[in-house]
Design a protein around this ligand. Sequence first.
Ligand code: FAD
Length: 388
Amino acid sequence: MSSVVIIGAGHAGVQAAVSLREMGFEGKIQLIADESHLPYQKPPLSKGYLNGKQTADNLLFRNAHYYEDQKIDLILGEKAVALDTRSQTVSAASGRVFSYDRLILATGAENRRLPQDIAHHALYLRNMTDVQRLRAALETAKSVAVVGGGFIGLEVAAAAVEAGKQVTVLEVQDRLMARVLPAVLSEVFLKRHREMGVNVRLGATVSAEILADYEAVVVGIGVIPNQELAMEAGIECQNGMVVNEFQQTSESNVYAIGDCANHYNRFAGKRCRLESVQNAVDQAKIAAAHICGKAQAYDSVPWFWTNQYDLKLQMAGINTDYDSYVFRGDLSMDKFSVFYFKGADLVAVDSLNRPADHLAARKLLQAGVTLGKDQIVDINFKLTAVLT
Ligand code: FAD
């Protein structure tokens, strides 16, 4: 019987522990979390939890009994600070040392920050501590600047304007969510934010003078992987820990999963890091399966979502490398999907308020089945019919 140490108790780390037990692993599992809360889901921090519709208890993956019942040793408030792959030990800030046969790094990512001299009073949003600070600031602040018109910044802007704040979004690009969405979708979101009263400034640069005008400043300008522990231990890192299809790093008994793992993704056609619940959960299952001797290569369709007001956008596949697209649904009602093609191949689908299209898209992309453009535009055509 062997022992597994998991560092980080976010989506990936918790799923790895759960999957190990579900797959029959009977050895010791130690799940080390630097946060002191029971492990919780992150997406609601900028959505339902921020706007008060969900409580902290709603966010928990499992209650405390689950970890006890499953003999998962959940060690809260303990930060791993050093890894020695020769002695197979992890040292924590408290001085405690953990020995492992297999180690899973599920350390996630941390926020990219603005220089202190520009935004010394900036708030960020990555974890429960951040969101509590943000909620407290929003209680008193009347004017809020959101730096960054990406998913998290815009979700925060939506929650803040709905709470009656004067909100300005400062986005350096000439459209919203430009890295991940086509212009047509950026426009829909821009229009809705403006209708709701958000002052969206595109092509905007920020300075200390500009930000000084706001009572609260929230920054959402992307994340960087937590890879120091691995790097200092000599594990290969390049924008995250480099892993193979079984999530193994350059040290074969050390795995990396979730936001911190740089993996080859066939849907992207290259190595990348994905920052999504789907990726964290699916990679955790792959690492657990490998440890349990049930090896299976990672090959999941990437998917993601964002909710802003009544706009629910669900994305399947990677929409960065395409040469044409077609619409399905009603653009005037903000209820449509964009199907992206490279040549004749379907590569990605973004669905706005069309959840059934999104579910069908995930199946189609996983199966590598393409559709005729005439079939897509015909809303009476059942997309999954081509799968049978
Ligand atoms: P994390 O969930 O970040 O967990 C990593 C954990 O490891 C953290 O708790 C961290 O504190 C801990 N840790 C790091 N280093 C150490 C150490 N040395 N010792 C001990 N512990 C350590 N994804 C979606 O798919 N849809 C969404 O709508 C969505 N919305 C989001 C909204 C917000 C506000 C945020 C922050 C993220 C959102 N995401 C969303 C992204 C998603 O939450 C992440 O992709 C997912 O949490 C990644 O899981 P992970 O386990 O890899 O990392």
